[in-house]
Design a protein around this ligand. Structure first.
Ligand SMILES: [Zn+2]
Length: 89
């Protein structure tokens, strides 16, 4: 009993529609300075380039969440220091 036909190695080229891929920057995982529009291979190491986009393509919600998290952290730190100061004195 073999299930060899089940493993698919999905490449970025297969997942992303051509016209979207052409407008997406691709970078090499090993060389972030290697950037080009559209899928291709890194000229330095020959690895398949990866698209610069989040899961689902729209990451505005994630960025919004991250921004709120950063602000929460900025406000939490002074409170934490004040709380620590109270404990120490
Ligand atoms: Zn590379």
């Amino acid at each position: 009993m073999s299930e060899c036909h089940h493993h698919q190695h999905r490449k970025a080229q297969d997942v992303i529609p051509q016209e979207l891929a052409a407008n997406t920057e691709f970078i090499c995982p090993m060389h972030p300075e290697v950037k080009k529009f559209g899928p291709g291979d890194c000229p330095k190491c020959g690895m398949a380039l990866e698209p610069l986009l989040g899961e689902g393509g729209d990451d505005s919600e994630y960025k919004d969440m991250l921004r709120r998290f950063i602000w929460a952290a900025i406000f939490a730190v002074p409170l934490f220091i004040i709380a620590m100061g109270d404990m120490l004195t």
